[in-house]
Structure formats: structure tokens, C-alpha cells
Design a protein around this ligand. Structure first.
Ligand code: PRT
Ligand code: ZN
Length: 284
């Protein structure tokens, strides 16, 4: 029994999707082959598809799981389960206007023609906001629509904002924040669920590792109590005596979001020689 995963064939999510599998220790055969590949050391088959098709394939059960942007998932509105957010492919779906057009509130969108590839998401957003606008669905190069007179505004994905800038547009509302997610067919069955659980366990270890750092520091023994109170650690910090009498080395794990705050407190409490190293995998 093999689990079949659909990932984007070539595009913004391809490299990171393959890297995720690789970081999970999954070795993929001939990924250069256009449509399909197999893992050597994990019961996984990989299908390379256009991102737009992935939700449908997973709904139909042609693929068991898939990696796709939340933007595509929401737009396609297929019956699939979202299993996990993956932390890459981050972007937002936004409304943008020509930069010299006045904008105070969403009401200014009333009556405009908006070009987008996301007509479903946009129309439900406009409905919720009680805005009446005309949606022009186009499949690509949305950002040029106002310049050529096709539309007055656009609704498109933004990450750095440079595409908007070079096309003389400004972002006025964020409709959706998106990142890549792992989706699955609604009823995988026992055996496939077991394989998926194995994969999820590995993904979770990578995600925990990404959010944590390993920290090593030296401290005088009389400051150890204070320092241990500052350090959260997975259980409690490891303390090893140094060759220099009266000093110890303290090892622990820190979460990235509290990182600087804790480092400052540690320094203030006599910690020296602080080293911070990335963690590759973290099994909780
Ligand atoms: O061929 P296929 O259909 O598979 O690929 P695609 O061309 O439809 O998709 P692709 O590869 O462009 O994007 C795949 C997914 O990456 C999207 O569905 C999003 O979930 C995610 N993603 C993240 C982005 C961006 N960032 C992004 N910046 N997708 C597209 N863009 C485009 C945007 O459309 C605009 O043209 O990049 C431009 C804006 O970028 P900035 O940096 O200039 O703001
Ligand atoms: Zn696409």
C-alpha cells in the first residue's frame, strides 16, 4: 500500500514541497520524470501536477494527499480535509488600485471593474462587505489589467509587493492570508491513514525544530538557580560542570518568539559565552 501525494510540478511551491519531503528523510527517485515519482524508503508515490488541479485530484481520490496554497484551496472549494499548515508559500490575496486613485474605505470599490483569477473568493468577500462591483475573471497577468483599460482595480496575490509597485498599483485591502497546506482525501482508510500519520509525525518534528533554537551558555554556579528559572527548556535545562571551578555550562531549548527577551535576561543574570544553534529535528 502506498500513499499518493500531489505536489506542484513547476512553480513557487515545487521546490519547497520537494524539500519538505526530503527533510522528512524521504528519498525520491527520478523527480525529473514529468508526471510521477516514487520514494525509495517510504511508501509514497509523488504526482507532479498544476496547482489548480490538486484539490480536484484529492477530492476524487486520484491522489490521497496534496500540497497547495490556501488561496487555491479556497477558490476551488473542493471537499477535502486540511491536515496541516506548512509555513511556506506565504502570500496574501489583496485588492489593489492605481496608485493615484483615492481610497478611504472599501466603499470606494463600489461600481468598479475588478480583474482577478480568484472570482469565487472575491465575490464572497464583496458580498460580505455589501459591495457591488463587476468581476472580470482573467487567468494571468492580472496586474496589467488597469494599465490597458481592462479594469479599474485588481484582486491578486502579493508577496513582496514589487509587482504592484512596478505596475503603478497600491494595495488597499487584504482579503486573505495564505500559505501552503497539506490536504487529504476525506476517507483515506486505515492503512493510508497510518502512512499519513507517519508523515505528519515527521513534518511536526521539522516544524517544532524550525521554531526552536538550542542554546548553550556558561554561568557561575551561584547564578544557576536564577538562570534555570529564565530558561523554559523541553523538561529542564542540562547542567554540566566546566573545567574552571565554580562554573557550569547550561544547555536548553528556546522558542524563537521569546528568544531575544530571554537572551537579555540571561545576560543580565551573569550568563556568558552564549551560543545559539539551529535544531534540525525535534521529537517531542
Ligand atoms: O503552473 P501552475 O498552475 O501550477 O502554477 P501557477 O502559475 O498557478 O502558480 P505559482 O507557481 O505562481 O504559485 C503557486 C502558489 O504559490 C500560489 O497559489 C500561492 O499559494 C503561492 N504564492 C506565494 C504565490 C506568490 N507567493 C506570489 N507572489 N503565487 C503567486 N505570486 C505572484 C502573484 O500572482 C503576482 O504576480 O507573484 C506576483 C507578486 O509577487 P510580489 O513579490 O511582486 O508581490
Ligand atoms: Zn496555477
Amino acid at each position: 500500500m502506498k500513499l499518493r501525494i500531489a505536489i506542484q510540478k513547476s512553480g513557487r511551491l515545487s521546490e519547497e514541497s520537494l524539500k519538505l519531503l526530503k527533510d522528512c528523510g524521504i528519498d525520491i527517485n527520478n523527480s525529473l520524470n514529468k508526471l510521477k515519482a516514487e520514494a525509495n524508503n517510504f511508501p509514497l508515490e509523488i504526482f507532479f501536477l498544476r496547482d489548480d488541479d490538486i484539490p480536484q485530484y484529492v477530492e476524487d481520490g486520484v491522489a490521497d494527499i496534496g500540497i497547495v496554497g490556501e488561496n487555491v484551496l479556497l477558490e476551488k472549494n473542493k471537499q477535502v480535509k486540511t491536515v496541516n499548515k506548512l509555513g511556506f508559500g506565504k502570500c496574501r490575496l489583496s485588492l489593489a488600485l492605481p496608485k493615484d486613485k483615492k481610497y478611504k474605505s472599501i466603499k470606494d470599490i463600489n461600481g468598479l471593474r475588478i480583474a482577478t483569477s480568484y472570482s469565487n473568493i472575491l465575490s464572497s468577500y464583496l458580498k460580505k462587505q455589501k459591495i457591488n462591483a463587476e468581476i472580470h475573471e482573467i487567468s494571468g497577468s492580472v496586474e496589467i489589467a488597469p494599465g490597458i483599460g481592462l479594469a479599474d482595480a485588481i484582486c491578486d496575490l502579493v508577496s513582496s509587493g514589487s509587482t504592484l509597485l512596478t505596475n503603478g498599483l497600491k494595495e488597499v485591502e487584504v482579503i486573505l492570508k495564505s500559505e501552503a497546506v497539506l490536504i487529504s482525501h476525506k476517507n483515506l482508510g486505515k492503512q493510508k491513514n497510518e502512512i499519513l500519520d507517519k508523515l505528519l509525525f515527521r513534518i511536526q518534528s521539522l516544524k517544532s525544530a524550525r521554531h526552536n533554537k538550542y542554546i548553550l551558555l556558561n554561568a557561575p554556579d551561584n547564578k544557576l538557580d536564577a538562570i534555570c528559572k529564565i530558561l523554559p527548556g523541553m523538561k529542564s535545562p542540562t547542567i554540566l560542570p566546566l573545567a574552571t571551578k565554580g562554573w557550569s555550562s547550561v544547555h536548553s531549548v528556546l522558542q524563537e518568539d521569546q528568544f531575544w527577551e530571554i537572551i537579555e535576561k540571561l545576560k543580565a543574570n551573569g550568563a556568558q559565552g552564549i551560543l545559539v544553534v539551529p535544531i534540525e529535528k525535534m521529537i517531542l
